[in-house]
Design a protein around this ligand. Structure first.
Ligand code: SF4
Length: 335
C-alpha cells in the first residue's frame, strides 16, 4: 500500500529569470536554466485558472505561482507577477535578493528606483552567516556585502525588509555579529526568522551542519525568539517519529507543482482546467505509488537515535525517501 495523495490545487512554475548564485543548499535543481516561454503566455494560463475557479465557485482550490528561480525580473514581468498576486487578493511588494545579477553604482540605483516606482515596497534576504561564510554558502564572493548594500539603500529610501537567517553548526558562532550588522541597517524589519536548512534539493548534503537537540535547548534568547511562529516546532528525528506515526494513515494534501514551459504550453492551452488538474493529480498519485506508506518507511529507515533538528516532519520524510532511493533505486516522488 502507498500513501493516498489528494491535490488541493496547482502551483504554476516558470523558469523565467536564471539565478546568479549557486547556493550550496539550493532547493531548486538547475537554477541557471531558463525556459524560452514568454511570460505573457504563462500569465494567461494562470488567469484562465483564476477565471475557472471563480466561475465554478471553487474557493477550496488553491492557485500558487513561482516565477523564478530568481526574482531578477524585467519591469514587464514584475507587473505581470503583481497582476497574478492581485488575483488572489495579495500585493506583490517584496522582492527576493537571492540570485540577482550584480549591478553597481548608478545602474544599481536606477534598478532600485525603477522597482520602487513599480510598487516594490521592500526586499527579502536569505543569509547563511555573514561575510565570507555567507559568500561560500551562496557560491559568490562579495554577495553578503552586495545584499546588505541593497538593504541599506532600500532602508534609506523608506523601504522595508524581511530576513531569513539560516542556522547551522557553522553559522551559529557568527550570529551575534550577523544580528549586529543587520540591526545597524536602517529601515523597518517586517519579519526576521532563523531556520535550519530545509531537507530538499542540494541541502540534503549538509546533515552534519544541522543543529542538535542540545544546541536547540541552549540557544541564546536573541536567536531562539526568532524561530518562525508557523514552524516553531523544531524537533529532532527521534522527537518527530511518534508525531508522524499518529497521522501516518491520513491522506496527504498537496499543492501540486506544474512546470510550464515551451514544451507543454500548447497542450495546456488546449486542455480544460479540470483535465489539467486531474492529469497532474494522477501523475502525483502514480509517483507516490512507488513509495511505501509512511509507517513502513519509518520502520525501515527511521532513526530513533537521530537528535538532529528538522523544522518540518516533511524534512524527516524526505530523508527516509532518500534512504529508500539509495537502498532500492526507487526514484523519489514528484515534489
Ligand atoms: S538564490 Fe535561491 S535559487 Fe538561486 S542558487 Fe540560491 S537558493 Fe538556489
Amino acid at each position: 500500500m502507498s500513501r493516498e495523495i489528494v491535490g488541493k490545487g496547482l502551483r504554476f512554475s516558470l523558469r523565467h529569470a536564471p539565478c546568479a548564485h549557486i547556493c550550496r543548499y539550493c532547493l531548486i535543481s538547475e537554477s541557471r536554466k531558463r525556459s524560452a516561454l514568454p511570460f505573457a503566455r504563462f500569465e494567461q494560463l494562470v488567469h484562465r485558472f483564476y477565471d475557472w475557479r471563480q466561475a465554478r465557485g471553487r474557493d477550496d482550490f488553491t492557485i500558487g505561482i513561482f516565477v523564478g528561480p530568481s526574482f531578477d525580473y524585467d519591469l514587464e514581468t514584475l507587473k505581470g507577477v503583481a497582476r497574478l498576486h492581485a488575483r488572489r487578493g495579495s500585493k506583490f511588494g517584496i522582492l527576493n535578493l537571492g540570485g540577482l545579477r550584480r549591478r553597481d553604482g548608478d545602474v544599481l540605483e536606477a534598478w532600485l528606483e525603477d522597482r520602487r516606482a513599480a510598487g516594490i515596497a521592500g526586499f527579502h534576504t536569505s543569509l547563511a552567516g555573514c561575510g565570507e561564510t555567507h559568500d561560500r554558502w551562496n557560491g559568490r564572493a562579495g554577495d553578503f556585502e552586495y545584499q546588505t548594500t541593497i538593504l541599506r539603500m532600500g532602508g534609506e529610501r523608506g523601504m522595508v525588509r524581511s530576513e531569513r537567517l539560516f542556522l547551522t553548526q557553522n553559522t551559529l558562532p557568527l550570529f551575534d555579529r550577523l544580528l549586529d550588522i543587520l540591526d545597524g541597517i536602517p529601515g523597518e524589519i517586517r519579519s526576521r526568522v532563523v531556520s535550519p536548512f530545509f531537507y530538499a534539493g542540494l541541502a540534503h548534503r549538509y546533515e552534519d551542519e544541522r543543529i542538535t537537540e542540545d544546541i536547540r535547548d541552549n540557544l541564546p534568547e536573541r536567536i531562539s525568539r526568532l524561530r518562525p511562529a508557523r514552524f516553531d516546532q523544531w524537533l529532532s528525528e527521534r522527537e518527530w517519529i511518534p508525531i508522524m506515526l499518529e497521522t501516518a494513515s491520513h491522506p496527504r494534501k498537496l499543492l501540486l507543482k506544474l512546470d510550464v514551459d515551451e514544451t507543454n504550453i500548447d497542450r495546456l492551452e488546449n486542455a480544460s482546467c479540470e483535465e489539467i488538474f486531474a492529469e497532474r493529480e494522477r501523475e502525483y498519485q502514480e509517483s507516490y505509488q512507488r513509495i511505501p506508506e509512511l509507517d513502513e518507511l519509518c520502520a525501515r529507515y527511521g532513526d530513533p537515535a537521530n537528535r538532529r533538528i528538522y523544522m518540518m516532519s516533511r524534512d524527516v520524510e524526505g530523508r527516509w525517501i532518500d534512504l529508500h532511493w539509495r537502498a532500492t533505486g526507487t526514484n523519489p516522488p514528484i515534489d
